[in-house]
Design a binder for this molecule. Sequence first.
Ligand SMILES: [Zn+2]
Ligand SMILES: [Zn+2]
Length: 458
Amino acid sequence: MWNESFRQHLSKRPTCKGNLQWNTHKEEQRGFVWRATLNCDNCNFISKKYKLYKEVQTTKKGPKPAAINYGMQVGLSQVSMGSSGLRKILLSGNIPAPSTKGMQNSANKVNEKIEIQNVADMADIRTELKTINKMRGHPESHIDVEGDGCYNNPLYSGIGKTPFQPATQSCYVVVENMTDKKLVINLVTKINCAVMERIIREDLIGRFALDLSQRCHAEYKSALKHCDGNFQTFKRKLSHTVDAIILCYQSKHCICKRNSFVCKGIEDPWINKSIYLPKTFKLNLTLKQQSELRKCINYRLGPKELERTKLGTNTQKSECVNRIIRRSLPRSNTFSKNFQGRANSAVSSANHGPGESVMALCLSVGAPVTAGSKVHTHLQQEQKIYENHKQYKKLAKYMKNRKQKAKAKFDLYSKNQEVNKYEKGMLLKSQKNIRQKLADTARGDHEAYTKKAKKIIG
Ligand SMILES: [Zn+2]
Ligand SMILES: [Zn+2]
């Protein structure tokens, strides 16, 4: 730019002795970067406009977007900050920030591309798993998966008002269980699924399903603590627990004391701890229904399942994925427009690690990180740290450490339960009133009945 302008100035005004300088009146901001011209401090020479950035190659007409503007949006999609947050940081550092509208525009475009890229990437992973199955001689489409959902507003934030506040945004991730990488192979995002959520959650069956899942998890955790890591004892004890749970939901606590880890029998049954079900909840099951229920419980606590979740890596991955999604989609912000893009970006980060993911996504939006550059080295370093950490997590020493942490967490969980009980009291207050009324009417009926009986006898 400078050399070219010098030459032009010299050929156009051979006699001028002036110096070239930045033309501050004619600079033009493009997000994070500028288009600038030079002028002479002596004559009226003005150079042509120079772009001080790399462009993204697009097929569309009009000025091409700057790569840095797209690259920055890739980064933003993997942290819990939005455009306005970044603007604040820049402005407080006395750095001219791009306009909110401009950033929003590039965010929309980039997130669209991220979604396309990650969806294709997950499809590739699924194809790969099918190939593995083929080589192992298993049916191709039989892929062991584990799913987990997360919602963008806490379900119980409406306590006292509406017991089950519907989620405005929700993600459901499907994690494969075939390799020890535990890759995310599908992601379902939903916005404003309020109606569906309400139907599911207000329905007692839905609540029972939630409670059952929580119960299984509680039994699992508690048993783990109880058996102190001895897997054989753990497995044997839990096989009896399955029977206890089935009877317990039918209000038969005869074997709870012996075989359940969370129900203390008739004096302090599990149902008192349940945050989903009323205390009076009771199932009347036919033999067929009992075996259906057993299947459900075995899905989590059955010997096969336990063998597979032996090291506890299973639930841990989903938690880990959820944590990464939380980072891209914090509860405090509602990214209505770019919700899908951000969730997909998070999944990409979970699947490939922080460095690789950023490089792949930057490439896919047309703003590649230059190979061999300092930025490239730094991203590689970050990736290495992440991989070392992952390796370290698999070591025995760390496993033991984590078990202790799990124990501590469990204690915390029990403490929380007490708080939950209190919340539940508030939650069910109105229901209690209804129940009281029902009981009253029943008593009324009873009195009428006694009168009738007396008449007959009398
Ligand atoms: Zn001049
Ligand atoms: Zn019980």
